[in-house]
Every structure is written in C-alpha cells, then in structure tokens.
Design a protein around this ligand. Sequence first.
Ligand code: ZN
Length: 251
Amino acid sequence: MSFVYLGYFFILGLILGSFYNVVGLRVPKQELLAENRSYCPKCRHSLAWYELIPVFSYLFQRGRCRHCRRLISPIYPVTELGTGLLFAFSYWKVGLQPELLVALMLVSLLVIIWVSDIRYMEIPDRVLLFFLPLLIVGRIISPLDPWWSSLFGAAIGFFLLAVIILASRGGMGGGDMKLFGVLGLVLGWKKVLLAFFLSTVYGAVVTLVLLAFKLIERKNPVPFGPFIVLGSITVYFYGDKLFNWYFTSFF
Ligand SMILES: [Zn+2]
C-alpha cells in the first residue's frame, strides 16, 4: 500500500463525490448535467469555482450560501467526504487489482443513489442503467468465485424484493428491486441476501432512534435507499468476515 495512492484516491473521491451530488440531484428531475453551472438550490445563484471546492467551501462558508445566507444541506459535504473516504478505503482493502474498478464503480453508484433517495425518495432508473453494463464488464474482468454467483445473485436480489413488495404493499418499491438486482451481480447470491438483511437491520435501528427522539413521526416515510447503501457497503468489504463470524459462533 502506498500513501501516495491513498491520497490520490481520497482526492479523486472528493472531486467525484462533488459531481455525484449534482448527478443525484439533477438526474431524477430530468435536468441535464452539462447544461447549467452549479447553483445554490435556494437562490439559484451560479457558484464560482471557489464555492465548489469539496468540503472546504462548506467549512469556510460555515454551511451557508454566500449570496442568500441560507443554510446549505450538510448532506453535500458529508457525501463528498464519504466518497473520498470510501475511495481511499477501497484502495486500502482491495489494492491495485482489477477488483478495485468494481469497488469504485459500486461506491459511485451507491453514493448517487444515497443523494437521490434522501432528496427525492427515488432510485433513478437512468443511474442504474448507466452502471449496469459497467458493472457487468467489471464482473467479467474480475469474476466472483464461482462466476455464476453473479447471475444467481442478480436473480435472487431482484426476485426477493419482488416477493417482499408484493407481500408488504408499500415500504419498498420498484427502484429497490432493480437496485438489488444490480447489487446481486456485484456481491453474489450469498452476500446480496446478507446485504438485504443488514439494510433492514440498519433501517429498523435508525428509524426506532429517530422515533424515540421525536425527529420523525410514525407516519413519515423513511427512505430505504440510504440503508441499502450502508448495508451493501458493509457486506462488500466485510461480508466474508461476517459469514465467518456467524458460522464459527453459531454452528
Ligand atoms: Zn443561495
């Protein structure tokens, strides 16, 4: 592991994270990515380059727009920093292997979904369709062992969610189902099941905490996407450890 590469992937993640914020906010609204410059969502003032430096601009402006003085959502810097850390972490865990491409694409997809689902409660099809062929190529270059675990995983992820959607009527939607199909391709059939399980655990714990502190009310829907993001990142990096721990502890 080299610290130069670690720093490189961190900065790459910060910059791309800033772009993924824009993608996650604009794609569900059918806005073009190239058309407009970045602007303040509150006063629509175009932002200069020094207002677009990941994390730092937010800190220097103390979380407020320089023009209208209104608060900027902390989701932006959190997303930028999170992407930087996850890129560096991917390199640290995977190394300069073909699998690193899969890891970085998975992180990128999940970051965009995180933004869209928090903001609009929507997992955009266009984002999934953009990443699907890239991840298929990634899994051809860096196949799972056995390779068919990807195919089986995609099918299980998709149909598991289909059954749950039919059985529960609400809560989860078609976006979650397609996302789990894509996740199955990347994670394989065992880990996609674990990712689903962990997502629901995270979702339940966080929802209970938010309810307990009266930060949300019972009737407020909580987007499930962010928990899928956390669950699948945990499983991608620690799935094997979790399985080992489970089977050595309980069997
Ligand atoms: Zn503003």
